[in-house]
Design a protein. Structure first.
Length: 274
């Protein structure tokens, strides 16, 4: 069970309350972090964020009025990182933990603007919106045990967390799990179109594709068996599934296509690095 956050006394600053930042915010509130201990920096806040201001959340206050910051979570788009990070750096004190979820932005990039600061670089994914996210994190050498624990609790508010020590793996992490939900959604789209081409009514094809992928994902989540075993359990020799898998697992099938896609995502992640 994820640890509660109601013991955080100083401020948690969230810079960027879009889809991912907003999901993290909802997770923190669900785990007991009081709105009065949260500051959100967001030029275009959603109505839900504005409503929290009535419960004590501080929205876009001057930096000098924020007070002691326990953690600064940077959830802005990586493309605007260079212009966004300098104003945010003014909010970080000597004991502030900085957590960045900006794709491609390295610890070295963050350390240039935040020298002598404990920093965690993390990559979550969009299932965080329903508490089923997957986040991978790596820390710089300045992080204390207590700060790592705080980072873990803040990140775990939206799902599972894995820590790595080799930052070079983050580009592949971004390509596999950060971008991964889009690949799954594309599978649903493609399966729907294939069902329609096979003669199914469009609405039925869409429902079959959606529920099959959603149900299979839940089975994979709950089952102790690995994906290969679950696949084999569906596949009867000489049956319909085997006929389809012969195509998907051919030399020019799904594996090489996904490998090419992941390589393109890895390259783009490296291009975004600063």
């Amino acid at each position: 069970m994820t640890a509660k956050l109601n013991d955080i006394a100083n401020t948690v600053v969230l810079a960027g309350a879009g889809k991912m930042g907003g999901a993290m915010l909802e997770g923190w509130l669900a785990l007991g972090l009081e709105p009065k201990h949260i500051t959100v920096i967001e030029p275009q806040p959603a109505d839900s964020v504005k409503a929290l201001a009535a419960r004590g959340l501080r929205l876009n206050p001057p930096a000098q009025k924020i007070g002691d910051v326990a953690a600064l979570i940077i959830a802005v788009k990586p493309q605007i990182a260079a212009e966004a990070i300098l104003p945010l750096a003014a909010m970080a004190g000597p004991s502030t933990l900085v957590v960045s979820i900006m794709a491609g932005r390295t610890l070295a990039f963050l350390e240039r603007a935040l020298p002598k600061t404990a920093i965690v670089r993390a990559m979550p994914n969009t299932p965080a919106a329903i508490g089923r996210g997957m986040t991978v994190a790596v820390a710089n050498g300045r992080i204390t045990t207590a700060q790592r624990d705080l980072a873990h609790r803040l990140l775990a508010a939206t799902g599972a967390v894995e820590w790595i020590t080799d930052e070079n793996l983050m580009d592949a992490v971004t390509a596999v799990s950060g971008s991964g939900p889009a690949y799954v959604f594309l599978l649903v789209e493609s399966l729907t179109r294939a069902g329609i081409a096979a003669g199914l009514p469009a609405e039925l094809a869409a429902k079959l594709a959606r529920e099959t992928v959603a149900g299979s994902g839940e089975l994979l989540h709950r089952s102790p068996l690995d994906a290969a075993t679950l696949r084999q359990n569906v596949t009867s020799p000489g049956g319909t599934t085997a006929a389809a898998l012969d195509v998907l697992m051919a030399a020019n099938g799904l594996d090489p296509l996904l490998a090419k896609a992941i390589a393109a995502a890895v390259k783009r992640s490296r291009d975004l690095a600063g």
